[in-house]
Design a protein around this ligand. Structure first.
Ligand code: C2E
Ligand code: CA
Ligand code: CA
Length: 633
C-alpha cells in the first residue's frame, strides 16, 4: 500500500535504465520547449526594440533604463532557454551525460519559465488582457516535461497559488467568479496532465527496457553456444570472414581448426550427462581463456569445437588444447584431435573450409598418438573419391564394378595347411579409378547408410560363384561373408541370405557370417534375434576381429558364436614379444573351453604358423597362404 503510493507519487527510484530513459525523453522535450522560448523571446526583444525606436521618433522618453525595465525578463528567459537548448541538444546526441546537471538545468529553466508566466500573466491581466502568458508557460512546464508526481503537484500548486495571490492584489480589476473557476480547473487539469505524463513515460521506459533486454537476449542466443557459453557457429562465421579479410589485406593466411575430443562418450558414460555437460563447458571456457583469448572459439556440435588463428600459431594452439583437455579429463582417457585447414582462397565458403579441417581431424583416427593433421592434397583426392563413391554405388553394383576377391583359410591344427575355407572380400574395380580396396569405400558407404547395396551384391556373387563351382564339379569350401552392424538395421539379413541360398541352390553350411566385435555394442536384443534366426537357417556365426578394439570377454558370454576369428594385431606384435604369445595361447584355450573353433588372421610367416599349430589353433588365414584374389575361372 505504502509502496504503491510511493510509486504513484514517483518517490521510488526506478531501474537505472528507466531513470536514464526518463531523463533522456525530458531532454528531448526540453529541446522543443527551449527552442520555442528562444524564438519567442527573440521576437519579443525585436518588438521591444521597434517600440523603443518608434517611441524615440515620437519624442517619447527612451533610454537604457527604459530598455532594462521592459526587457530584462525577456533577456533572462532567452539566456536560460539558450543554455537549456544547447545543453539538451548535446545530451540528446550523447555528447554530455551528466544527468544531475541536466535535471538541475531543467529545474532552473522551468522555474524561470513559470516566474515569467506569472509576471506577464499578472501584468497582462492588470492591463485588461487574458492570463494566457501564465497558462502557456504552465502548459510548457507541466505538459511537456515529465516531473515526478510529487514535484509536479507541489510545483503546479505553488505556481497557481502565487499567481492567484498576485492576481488578487490587482485590485482595480476584481477577479470574477468565472475566472476563479477557470483558474481552479486549470490547476486541477495541469496536475492531472503532469501525473499522467509521468506514468506514461515510466511505462514507456519499462516497456523499452523489456524490449531492450529481449533484444540483448536474442543477440546473445544468436552469437553464443547455449551449453558452453562460447561462440555460436553464426558468430564464428562472421568473425572468420573478418579475420580472413584482414589477413588477406596483409598478404597473410588464416588457419581454421577443428577440435575433436575422442572418447568423450565414455566420459558421459562414466560420470553422467550432467557432468558431461559441465565438462564440455569447462573445456570450452579453457579453450577460450587459455588458448584463443583474442579469437572466437565456437562449438560445432557435441564434443566438436572450431577455432582459428594465425598459421604460425597452430602448433602452440594445438598444444594448448591438448593441455586444457588433459587437465580436466579425470580418469577417462580422452584424446584430442585437431584438424587444420589453411585458408588462402577468398572465394571458398567457411563451411567448406571447416569441413576440410574436420576431414583432417577424422583422419587422425588412423594415426594413433597424433594430435594434429593438416588438410592437404591427399585429403582433397580422398574426399573427391568419397563423393564419387557416394554418387556411384548403385551403378557400381549394377555394372559389375563390385567384385569379390577370395582369401584362403587353411587348416592349422592338423598342420596340413589344407584349404578349409575362403573369406569373401569386396573390391571396387572402377573404370576410371582402377581397383579400389575396401578402406576406400566401406566407411563411406556405412556413413551414408548404403553399405547394404554392396553387401547384398557380394552375397549374390558369392552364391553365384559357388553354384558355378558346384555345377562344374569343382571342390568347394565354405565362404565367409563380412557384415556391418548397419546391415542388420538396413535389411533382413537372415531372410536375404536364405533367399539367395535358395535362388542359387547353395547349402547354408557353405555360407558363414562374420560379425565384427565392434558391431555388438548396441541394439543388443535386435542382434541376438537376428543371430538366432541365422543359426536356425543353418548359417555358422563367426566373431571377426576379436581383440582389435576395446575387447570384452562379455561378448563371448552373451553371444553364441561358432568361430572366433582372432585379429591380426597379436601377430603384428609377435616377433620377440612373449606377451603376445601368452595372450594368443590364452584366447585359444578360452575359446576351446567355450566350444568355439579358433581362426587366427594375418599369418605371414612359417614361424607364426608353427606357433599357432603348437597352441592348437584350428584354422589360419594370411598372406602366407595367399592374398585375397579373384576367383580362378
Ligand atoms: P577383415 O574382415 O578383417 O578382412 C581381413 C583383411 O585383412 C583384408 O583386408 C585382408 O586383405 C587383410 N589381410 C589378410 N591377411 C593378411 C595378412 O597376412 N597381412 C595383412 N597385413 N593383411 C592381411 P581387406 O580386403 O582390405 O578388407 C579390409 C576390411 O574391409 C575387412 O577386414 C572388412 O572389415 C571390410 N570388408 C571387406 N569386404 C567387405 C564386405 O564385403 N562387406 C563389408 N561389410 N565389409 C568388408
Ligand atoms: Ca572379416
Ligand atoms: Ca578380420
Amino acid at each position: 500500500m505504502k509502496e504503491s503510493l510511493a510509486r504513484r507519487l514517483g518517490m521510488q527510484r526506478s531501474s537505472d535504465y528507466v531513470e536514464r530513459f526518463y531523463t533522456r525523453s525530458n531532454m528531448l522535450s526540453a529541446i522543443y520547449m527551449s527552442g520555442i522560448c528562444v524564438a519567442l523571446e527573440i521576437w519579443m526583444i525585436l518588438s521591444l526594440l521597434t517600440s523603443y525606436f518608434e517611441g524615440m521618433a515620437l519624442g517619447k522618453e527612451r533610454n537604457l533604463m527604459w530598455l532594462v525595465k521592459h526587457g530584462w525578463w525577456y533577456v533572462l528567459l532567452l539566456s536560460v532557454a539558450l543554455i537549456m537548448f544547447f545543453y539538451s541538444l548535446r545530451f540528446w546526441r550523447g555528447k554530455v551525460r551528466n544527468e544531475r546537471l541536466a535535471n538541475g538545468l531543467l529545474w532552473v529553466f522551468s522555474i524561470v519559465c513559470i516566474a515569467f508566466g506569472i509576471h506577464y500573466g499578472v501584468n497582462s491581466y492588470s492591463g485588461g488582457e487574458q492570463v494566457l502568458a501564465f497558462v502557456t508557460m504552465s502548459l510548457f512546464v507541466f505538459g511537456m516535461i515529465a516531473w515526478k508526481p510529487i514535484f509536479a503537484v507541489v510545483g503546479a500548486t505553488l505556481s497557481f497559488g502565487i499567481f492567484y495571490a498576485l492576481l488578487a492584489q490587482v485590485t482595480d480589476i476584481p477577479m470574477t467568479y468565472g475566472t476563479q473557476v477557470n483558474l481552479f480547473t486549470l490547476w486541477i487539469s495541469t496536475c492531472v496532465v503532469a501525473v499522467s505524463l509521468h506514468h506514461q513515460r515510466v511505462a514507456q521506459g519499462m516497456f523499452d527496457e523489456n524490449l531492450q533486454e529481449a533484444n540483448m537476449r536474442l543477440r546473445y542466443v544468436a552469437t553464443h553456444d547455449e551449453l558452453t557459453g562460447v561462440g555460436s557457429m553464426h558468430a564464428f562465421r562472421g568473425a572468420v570472414t573478418m579475420a580472413l579479410e584482414n589477413a588477406q589485406s596483409r598478404g597473410e593466411k588464416l588457419a581454421l581448426l577443428f577440435i575433436d575430443i575422442e572418447n568423450f562418450k565414455s566420459y558421459n558414460h562414466r560420470y553422467g550427462f550432467a557432468a558431461g555437460d559441465e565438462f564440455l563447458r569447462d573445456i570450452a571456457q579453457g579453450f577460450h581463456n587459455e588458448v584463443f583469448p583474442e579469437e572466437i572459439v565456437a562449438r560445432a556440435s557435441d564434443d566438436h569445437f572450431v577455432a582459428y588463428c594465425a598459421p604460425e600459431r597452430v602448433a602452440d594452439a594445438v598444444g594448448g588444447c591438448c593441455y586444457v583437455v588433459r587437465e580436466r579429463r579425470g580418469e577417462i582417457r580422452l584424446h584430442t584431435r585437431v584438424g587444420v585447414y589453411i585458408c588462402d582462397d577468398p572465394d571458398q565458403s567457411i563451411d567448406q573450409a571447416l569441413n576440410c579441417a574436420r576431414i583432417a581431424a577424422n583422419s587422425i583416427k588412423l594415426h594413433p598418438g597424433e594430435h594434429l593433421r593438416y588438410y592437404d592434397e591427399q585429403f582433397k583426392k580422398s574426399s573427391e573419391l568419397r563423393q564419387y563413391v557416394i554418387n556411384n554405388v548403385e551403378r557400381a553394383a549394377k555394372e559389375g564394378w563390385i567384385r569379390v576377391f577370395y582369401q584362403p583359410v587353411v587348416d592349422c591344427k592338423g598342420g596340413t595347411g589344407k584349404l578349409v575355407g575362403r573369406e569373401a572380400l569386396a573390391r571396387w574395380d572402377d573404370p576410371t579409378h582402377g581397383l579400389l580396396p575396401p578402406y576406400a569405400f566401406i566407411e563411406t558407404l556405412e556413413q551414408q547408410r548404403e553399405i547394404d547395396i554392396l553387401d547384398r551384391c557380394i552375397i549374390e556373387q558369392v552364391c553365384r560363384d559357388l553354384r558355378e563351382d558346384l555345377d562344374a564339379g569343382r571342390e568347394v569350401v565354405p565362404v565367409s561373408l563380412n557384415f556391418s552392424r548397419l546391415d542388420f538395421e538396413l535389411y533382413n539379413v537372415p531372410a536375404f541370405l536364405k533367399q539367395m541360398s535358395e535362388k542359387y541352390d547353395v547349402p547354408a553350411n557353405l555360407l558363414d557370417v562374420e560379425i565384427t566385435e565392434s558391431a555388438l555394442t548396441d541394439q543388443f536384443d535386435e542382434l541376438q534375434a537376428n543371430m538366432a534366426r541365422l543359426r536356425e537357417g543353418g548359417f555358422a556365426l563367426w566373431l571377426d576381429d576379436f581383440g582389435s578394439g576395446y575387447s570384452s570377454l562379455n561378448v563371448l558370454k552373451d553371444f553364441d558364436f561358432d568361430v572366433l576369428k582372432i585379429d591380426m594385431v597379436f601377430l603384428r606384435r609377435f616377433e620377440g614379444n612373449q606377451d603376445a604369445r601368452v595372450i594368443l595361447n590364452a584366447i585359444v584355450e578360452l575359446a576351446h573351453s567355450l566350444g568355439m573353433v579358433t581362426l587366427c588372421e594375418g599369418v605371414e610367416t612359417q614361424e607364426q604358423f608353427d606357433f599357432l599349430h603348437g597352441i592348437g589353433c584350428d584354422k589360419a588365414q594370411g598372406y602366407y597362404f595367399g592374398k585375397p584374389a579373384p576367383r580362378a575361372a
